[in-house]
Ligand binder design. Structure first.
Ligand SMILES: CC(=O)SCCNC(=O)CCNC(=O)[C@H](O)C(C)(C)COP(=O)(O)OP(=O)(O)OC[C@H]1O[C@@H](n2cnc3c(N)ncnc32)[C@H](O)[C@@H]1OP(=O)(O)O
Length: 418
């Protein structure tokens, strides 16, 4: 029988957490902030703990919490980049599919899980709400599962619901959901989006990464028809395309008629129950066979930088991690293995500080996508295809879409490398 803890005052984490434990919690909009605050408050009573971080939108963790909490994680995704730049985040470079599979099998053991849930439904069961990425794996595998049920989290259709007797403790809250950061697209983003849209074939199944650029790409697909979506995070622009008829999911090879995702970007104006969306754990959604089996799987993702041979860094900038492997390599390889599929890496040619993003050598030598997996690279200056091109041809093509003021330096650097 699950203890009902109606207010946080009755929650004493020392009942469930032991010194040396590894903790993992729901990610993105689903971070259980009440439980995290309680962990921070009680940390000195709990002893040293490994806190494993995935995607975070809030700045709740501070360097000084490192007195007891050892921060580890998949990278500098979202707000975790701050911890990396402060030098207190130990990164595990893992593909998201493998990470979730390893939690599921117990090869990457999690002792204590904090999960944000929605519900209960009319039968008394809970939904993973905004994040199905690894919630099922945590509930199945962790020694202790503590749930924060948020009345603002929507009930979402997953592959299963969570029974009350699978939870060790439940805290209820009506605190607002922490929003994802958002930035308005500018003309450069729109130019990139138009180039990307040219590579989206009829009846393609799309994966679109998160961030300003990918949202802008979705806006550029308004005149397409009968597209499908099989992605990581489901966002409002995707649901808008479902309403307009650009996305029908009719030609998908699996989950036909439904958009497939693993998490939902929270938007208080959305009634997600009205849309045919199925949320699957990432270990299923990112499985190589499922992605390769999709019709014209088209993966569209951002990156930090691309080198002249087509290697992609989506993780690291001088000074720390700002991204991670995430589902990027899973989607790139799945798209390339799919019949008629394409992988598009879309980047602005320079950062906001004028640093080139097409470079002779990647920062810190960090390769997220090997050059043998390169397909299409797009900037605001155009799009080039790298698959089946020689190294010399790749360099020539990539220099042609670099910022015009960087092309001479890049050409000289390439000659030096030859
Ligand atoms: C479930 C799934 O995972 S689905 C698949 C999608 N997931 C992935 O692709 C995982 C890997 N990708 C990512 O993490 C992200 O897409 C990123 C990091 C590559 C890009 O994310 P964005 O939000 O567009 O990053 P953005 O371009 O704003 O860069 C983030 C920071 O790095 C800096 N930066 C970016 N590129 C560079 C560069 N080449 N040199 C120096 N700094 C750079 C930016 O200036 C910015 O810094 P700031 O926060 O101080 O302003």
């Amino acid at each position: 029988m699950t203890p009902a803890l109606d207010d946080l005052g009755s929650l004493d984490l020392t009942k469930w957490i032991r010194a040396g434990d590894r903790l993992l919690w729901s990610q993105g909009n689903a971070e259980p902030l009440t439980l995290i605050e309680q962990l921070i408050a009680q940390r000195s009573q709990l002893g040293p703990l490994d806190v494993f971080l995935t995607l975070s939108f809030g700045n709740h963790l501070q360097k000084e919490h490192g007195d007891t909490l050892r921060f580890q994680g998949l990278g500098g995704l979202g707000a975790n980049s701050r911890l990396s730049r402060l030098g207190v985040l130990d990164v595990h470079p893992m593909q998201l599919s493998q990470f979730c599979q390893d939690i599921h099998t117990g090869r990457f053991p999690i002792d204590v899980a904090f999960v944000q849930l929605a519900g209960p439904d009319s039968e008394g069961n809970y939904s993973a709400g905004l994040d199905h990425t690894y919630t099922d794996d945590l509930v199945t595998r962790a020694r202790a599962v503590i749930a924060e049920v948020n009345t603002n989290a929507p009930l979402t259709r997953g592959t299963r619901t969570i029974r009350a007797d699978e939870l060790d403790a439940v805290v209820r809250t009506d605190r607002p959901i922490h929003p994802a950061p958002s930035a308005a697209p500018d003309e450069v983003d729109r130019r990139i989006a138009r180039h990307v849209a040219d590579f989206v074939p009829k009846r393609a199944t799309l994966e679109v990464g998160i961030g300003t650029l990918p949202s802008c790409v979705l806006d550029a697909l308004q005149h397409h028809r009968d597209l499908g979506i099989h992605t990581g995070m489901v966002t409002k622009p995707m649901l808008d395309l479902m309403e307009s008829g650009a996305v029908t999911n009719s030609y998908k090879s699996s989950d036909a008629g439904r958009t497939t995702g693993s998490s939902l970007a929270f938007d208080p104006s959305l009634d997600i129950g009205q849309y045919p969306v199925l949320f699957r754990p990432s270990r299923q959604a990112l499985s190589a066979g499922v992605l390769a089996g999709q019709r014209r799987m088209t993966a569209i993702n951002a990156a930090v930088e691309v080198d002249l041979s087509g290697q992609v860094n989506a993780e690291y900038v001088p000074g720390g991690y700002v991204g991670g492997v995430g589902g990027l390599l899973d989607f790139v390889r799945g798209a390339r293995a799919s019949d008629g599929g394409r992988s598009v890496i879309a980047i602005r040619s320079r950062t906001s500080r004028g640093r080139p993003r097409i470079v002779p050598a990647l920062a810190g030598g960090v390769v997220t996508v090997p050059r043998s997996d390169a397909d299409i690279v797009v900037t605001e200056w155009g799009a080039v295809e790298l698959a089946r091109a020689s190294l010399a041809e790749r360099a020539r093509r990539l220099i042609s879409i670099a910022h015009p003021e960087d092309r001479e330096n890049l050409t000289a650097a390439w000659r030096d490398q030859e």
